[in-house]
Design a protein around this ligand. Structure first.
Ligand code: FAD
Length: 539
């Protein structure tokens, strides 16, 4: 992975100011230290809407801004830095005794760290965000950040090293530049079309209107961004989750993953070394071998399956499996903690009740939900649904972030075709969009034949992909209600709405309390949220 971080990004005096707070002044993967938790959280929250690196934000918006009150929060940073290094050293030997003495892996969940992964590809971001327990990521959004800007004359995408050393290097850069050129060329006309379709009304401020129409235009064009596009991901996690992440990334053959794995190890060695040290022991390398050998064997076996005809698909959400006895299971599980009977006895009793009474138990368990945050309890985790989904990579990219479920994806590729936003068709702007995406899909295909999985870097986010989701009813409530909310992107809203429809069709009594699934269409998804923000700003 080549990266655009320049050693000269900070002057010598800036480096001296920043040094106590970061584990590295130049590496794209680095940890935050000697900062109050609230500052670390606030810093990462800026990733969503900013093009800047966290080190730059820390300097410009916290340290050098008197109203941020930074110096009162962090009294003597360099002394704290020295003390922390000593403390890390002392704690290390203590925790080593605990870990070795008790062999208790969960000790490593008792300490955490904030780590920034900057300028990484979207392929890497997705592999990092496959983590579920113990890691909380926050990532740069494609809806608030302008991807037309160049750094040192280059668009912001990873020049993937395997491809750059192959005969496809020139085609790779030309094709990805073409995607970004098209994105840049279409931005103004798309924005003009959006504004002509939805003119500002008197109740909407300039700020809210500009923000909503800009976000809408970025949403329309995000399909042009290839998976090589650089992004920033902030991670807060516990030691055990980080150790597993380092090991898992290191088990991948793709050079960028190996590099990030090493850089994560380095950053965390400066913060919570005892908790992540086993990633670099023989135990860690045995784990990497175990993980990668499973992938290799399954790829070989999958190669013997009949290959499906490669045809363009359309987005669809297919309910593949569900529990026939879900109603009974949820009702029994709801009553169980309130009785002294065995689960089988509760189940047998509920089974004898008339349907209406079973449904009444479900209603009691769902309660009076006034807002979507009123979530039904664990009994709703007794019903499971498995979906096979085809949607654009952009939609997957967002929905992948849900953690209380099981998701597995097929590699990003161009074979299933791609989606064209209806707005681009209506604005008669789809031709350059389609040309750029087809060119990239063609390149992805030939690179895949020769170089395998690194071809994923070429694939634009408009391309369709398949993934499997198995989720319980409780998470379905959360996902369908959150991801159908008006401010969501239309393609993932459609997936959330279809998951809801599928569950409501097979289990109407169980879906009856999903009151907050929004089935409407919106022209300007962000507008209401921006108006609410106006009110908050006024207050
Ligand atoms: C409109 C919109 C805009 C967004 N913009 C961005 C963005 O710019 N950048 C970005 O990175 N993400 C963005 N997201 C994604 C968002 O940050 C979440 O990652 C995503 O919604 C997954 O859902 P979740 O965290 O609520 O929980 P899930 O993972 O689905 O889990 C369900 C619930 O379990 C609990 N839970 C799960 N894991 C934990 C945990 N580790 N600690 C505590 N509680 C937990 C929480 O109650 C959570 O609500 C956006 C989401 C929406 C809807």
């Amino acid at each position: 992975m080549t990266h655009t971080h320049q050693p000269s990004e900070f002057s010598a005096s800036e480096q001296a100011i920043l040094a106590p707070f970061v584990t590295d002044l130049e590496a794209p993967v680095f940890g935050l230290r000697n900062l109050p938790e609230v500052v670390k959280g606030a810093l990462f929250s800026r990733y969503s809407r900013s093009e800047k690196s966290i080190r730059r934000i820390l300097l410009d918006e916290f340290i050098n801004l008197p109203e941020a009150g930074f110096h009162e929060l962090v009294a003597d940073a360099s002394a704290a830095s020295r003390n922390q290094l000593v403390a890390v050293g002392q704690a290390e030997s203590f925790y080593d005794r605990v870990l070795v003495g008790y062999g208790d892996d969960s000790v490593a969940e008792l300490g955490g760290a904030h780590v920034a992964c900057e300028e990484i590809s979207n392929v890497a971001a997705k592999l990092i965000e496959d983590a579920r327990i113990g890691l909380s990521p926050l990532e740069k959004s494609t809806r608030y950040v302008n991807f037309t800007t160049k750094v040192n004359g280059q668009y912001r995408y990873v020049r993937e090293s395997t491809i750059m050393q192959s005969r496809w290097a020139e085609a790779y850069e030309a094709t990805l530049d073409h995607l970004f050129d098209t994105y840049s060329a279409l931005l103004e006309p798309t924005m003009a079309w959006v504004r002509s379709r939805t003119p500002r009304d008197a109740q909407t401020s300039e700020r809210a209107y500009n923000s909503a129409t800009r976000a809408k235009s970025f949403d329309i064009l995000r399909g042009l961004l290839p998976m090589a596009t650089r992004t920033n991901v902030g991670l807060f996690g516990n030691g055990r989750a980080f150790e597993y992440l380092i090991t898992r990334l290191g088990s991948h053959d793709m050079p960028e993953m190996q590099q990030i794995s090493d850089q994560l190890q380095q950053a965390l060695d400066g913060l919570i070394p005892s908790f992540v040290k086993r990633a670099k022991t023989p135990r860690g390398s045995a784990m990497r071998t175990y993980m990668s050998s499973i992938r290799q064997k399954l790829t070989t076996i999958a190669g013997t399956l009949p290959s499906g005809a490669i045809t363009s698909a359309t987005p669809q959400v297919t309910l593949v499996r569900y529990d026939d006895d879900a109603l009974l299971r949820v009702a029994s599980a709801a009553l169980y903690p309130h009785t002294s009977l065995s689960l089988s006895e509760v189940h047998a009793h509920v089974a004898t009740l008339p349907h209406g009474e079973q449904v009444a138990i479900i209603a009691a368990a769902a309660g009076d939900r006034a807002v979507r945050f009123h979530k039904p309890g664990r009994a709703f985790e007794e019903a499971h649904y498995t979906f096979d989904i085809i949607a654009d990579i952009g939609a997957y990219r967002d929905l992948q972030r849900h953690r209380i479920l099981t998701q597995t994806r097929q590699p990003f590729g161009g074979d299933l075709g791609y989606m064209v936003p209806p707005e681009l068709r209506a604005a008669h702007l789809e031709e350059p969009y389609c040309v750029a995406i087809e060119r990239a899909s063609d390149l992805a295909r030939v690179v895949n034949d020769e170089l395998g999985e690194v071809s994923q870097y070429v694939v634009p986010m408009a391309c369709l992909m398949r993934w499997q989701v198995t989720l319980n009813l409780r998470e379905a409530y959360h996902l369908c209600e959150l991801r159908s909310s008006p401010q969501g992107h239309p393609t993932y809203r459609a997936v959330a709405q279809q998951i809801y429809h599928a569950i409501a069709t097979v289990h109407p009594e169980l879906a009856a309390h999903m009151h907050f699934v929004d089935l409407n269409d919106y022209e300007l998804e962000r507008l209401e949220a921006e108006r609410r923000l106006d009110k908050k700003l006024a207050q």
